[in-house]
Design a protein around this ligand. Structure first.
Ligand code: ATP
Length: 413
């Protein structure tokens, strides 16, 4: 049933006067058309947690688009309508944005067989949401401003610091909610209810229906907001890590690699965080890097996986001490792969790799084709080999000046 409760005191205490006034006006405008407007979702949750809600979501029993237009007109805002979602965003001159949605309307047959439009149903809207704490609304109507609509006992769950889904098929409907749940647990220091955890386990087969891009974007959000190590620990505890990324494991070894990555001062810039962290879960397992390709989405990511794998087998072949000789196998390997191989390799190998990487980065050509011609060489494919040999000698510290490079050419032509 509908829980009693009113959050007006919290709204007054937590919101700035202009936001409070805006909500009042929205409620009054809707009421003047015999409609009801509510704040809904994350904002209501944040208010009950005594946090300032940043995003304002309004749901209207009536015409959300029209209310958006009126609100924008009154405050000199602009409206953008998203037809497919049936939502409108009002952007105010201050930059603040408010989303308006029309609560779904149900049609059903009356006994007299005349189709009737039921009163638009906010319960329906709330029922489609993820967790009880996100499934509350508060009225903006002047007659009951602040009255809480809480069909699923979200307020009780907030008081108990419990994260609870609304029904047993919630994760089957949308398995990304599993990752949202882990994120909310950490953000608010909540804990999933026992049944919620059980529902996760019933839903594992539904994860395969998610597209790679939905999975990876949820992981990106999770890692950005929460502590990646704790999130991975939680995924492991729930036993669902390999469901999202087959072959990924959480062991003391992979944990160490993840931590080394997170502590690295110079992380690869052009790779998304989710990929880097996930890749570490494969890198920490001796010999199973190729399976990391399942976690690589783009061509670039696949190339990083392959090249890192190539580097690690190169390092295992023998003990390297000449960066110059190593260069002939590794000159084409991208920086990012050097980075990942270094965080996965043992201490000495990592030291060698970092030294190679640093020297390679500092390489500046001492000679060009004109110099070779001037030194009496015939232009041709040999040019490249000569220049490469000089690079190798530079990496080994045997050539440091232009003069030494020219001398090398004269000796070897
Ligand atoms: P945040 O502070 O991270 O923005 P939020 O709760 O506002 O938290 P949003 O992702 O903006 O998060 O979602 C807004 C609301 O929409 C949520 O409170 C929830 O009610 C609902 N919602 C969002 N994503 C889902 C989902 N995957 N399944 C069900 N409901 C969702």
């Amino acid at each position: 049933g509908k829980e009693k409760g009113n959050v007006k005191p919290q709204l007054v205490a937590l919101l700035s006067p202009d936001v409070l006034q805006l909500l009042t006006v929205i409620g009054e405008t809707a009421a003047s058309e015999n409609q009801n407007a509510f704040i809904i979702g994350g904002m209501v949750r944040d208010i009950l947690l005594e946090q300032k809600g940043e995003d304002i979501d309004i749901v209207v029993e009536g015409d959300g688009m029209a209310l958006a237009e009126k609100t924008a007109a009154r405050y000199d805002g602009t409206v953008s309508v998203h037809e497919t979602f049936g939502t409108a965003t009002v952007t105010f001159p201050s930059g603040r944005r408010v989303d308006f949605t029309t609560s779904r309307t149900e049609y059903y047959e009356t006994p007299a067989a005349l189709p009737t439009v039921s009163r638009s149903n906010i319960k329906e809207d709330l029922y489609r949401r993820d967790f009880t704490m996100n499934a509350m609304a508060a009225s903006l109507h002047p007659s009951d401003f602040g009255d809480l609509i809480d069909y699923f006992h979200g307020r009780d769950d907030i008081n108990k610091k419990t994260l609870r889904v609304l029904h047993n098929l919630s994760f089957v409907e949308d398995p990304t909610r599993i990752l949202r749940g882990i994120r909310f647990e950490q953000r608010f220091q909540f804990r999933m209810s026992k049944e919620t955890t059980a529902f996760i386990h019933y839903s594992v087969s539904a994860v395969s229906s998610l597209s790679r891009s939905r999975i990876t974007s949820e992981f990106q959000t999770l890692f950005k907001e929460a502590d990646p190590v704790r999130s991975l620990e939680r995924l492991d505890e729930l036993g669902i890590l390999p469901i999202f990324f087959p072959g990924a494991v959480w062991t003391s070894q992979t944990k160490k690699v993840v931590e080394t990555y997170l502590d690295s001062p110079e992380k690869p810039e052009d790779l998304p965080e989710w990929f880097c962290i996930l890749f570490c879960l494969y890198l920490g397992q001796a010999g199973s890097i190729p399976s990391a390709e399942t976690a690589a989405v783009t061509k670039k990511q696949k190339s990083i996986v392959q090249n890192t794998s190539l580097l690690l087998s190169l390092l295992n072949e023998k003990e390297w001490n000449s960066p110059g000789r190593f260069h002939s196998h590794a000159y084409h390997i991208p920086e990012e792969a050097l980075f990942f191989a270094a965080i996965a390799a043992d201490h000495d190998q990592a030291g060698f790799l970092r030294q190679y990487q640093k020297k390679r980065r500092e390489l500046r050509p001492l000679l060009d084709g004109h110099d070779l011609k001037a030194a009496g060489l015939k232009p041709g494919p040999d040019f490249r080999d000569y220049l490469f040999s000089i690079e190798q000698k530079m990496l080994d510290g045997e050539i440091t000046t232009r003069k030494e490079a020219l001398q090398f050419i004269r000796q070897h032509k």
